[in-house]
Design a protein around this ligand. Structure first.
Ligand SMILES: C[S@@+](CC[C@H](N)C(=O)[O-])C[C@H]1O[C@@H](n2cnc3c(N)ncnc32)[C@H](O)[C@@H]1O
Length: 198
């Protein structure tokens, strides 16, 4: 059992530390434990709004690195030269066009913190979640370098074991991590996937 932390502690801390969302601490915890992002890395962040993952990535990747964020919602620009953002649905991303525009071969790391917009209609929501999973898998297949790393949010659900099994076919190491900064009541977890198999 994780130690009890009052619900709004990370919200307040984010305000004090200048992060746009408490999610920043989830990525920081993952980074502290698994050392996923390195200085100079080119990182793609799927579902980036309002931008706190990008703030963390930008600091770690530094001047020679790049943090590219995609979201269906526009984000208020972040004042760092190594951050680029675009408004798009990840289902519509053409990876080869993106890599051409950025003049890079592949990304070193991909993060995906997408929370699907739920309609409450079970069938439609399940379809959307499945499509998002397939879209992110395609982006990883086409856009992540061999030996690259992938962090993806998931939820304890019927599909959890199937996803874990699926990711184990694509990466050498797949860990399941529940950050302390994630709300206790939330069923969210992160798959931390290291070393993409060619
Ligand atoms: C939990 S928020 C991400 C928070 C972000 N990691 C941060 O640190 O600021 C989830 C985001 O997923 C985005 N999203 C949902 N469906 C999407 C889609 N199909 N394509 C791109 N972004 C999507 C939402 O608009 C929302 O901003």
């Amino acid at each position: 059992m994780g130690k009890f932390i009052p619900k709004d502690t990370f919200y307040k801390k984010a305000k004090q530390d200048g992060y746009r969302a408490r999610s920043a601490y989830k990525l920081k915890e993952i980074q502290d434990k698994y050392h996923i992002i390195k200085k100079g890395d080119k990182v793609l962040d799927l579902g980036c709004a309002p931008g706190s993952f990008l703030q963390v990535i930008s600091r770690i990747a530094g001047h020679d690195g790049l943090a590219v964020g995609i979201d269906i919602l526009p984000i208020t620009p972040l004042p760092y030269k190594n951050i680029l953002t675009m408004v798009n649905d990840i289902k519509n991303i053409n990876m080869s066009d993106m890599l051409d525009i950025l003049s890079i071969l592949r990304f070193d790391v991909i993060t995906c913190d997408i929370a699907p917009n739920l309609s409450g209609i079970r069938e439609a929501d399940d379809k959307n979640i499945e499509e998002l999973y397939e879209a992110s898998k395609r982006i990883v297949a086409e856009g992540l370098k061999p030996e690259g790393h992938y962090i993806v949010k998931s939820f304890f659900s019927e599909a959890f074991s199937a996803k874990q099994k699926d990711l184990k076919k694509l990466f050498t190491h797949v860990s399941v991590f529940k950050p302390t900064s994630s709300r206790n009541i939330s069923s969210e977890i992160y798959f931390v996937c290291k070393e993409k198999i060619r």
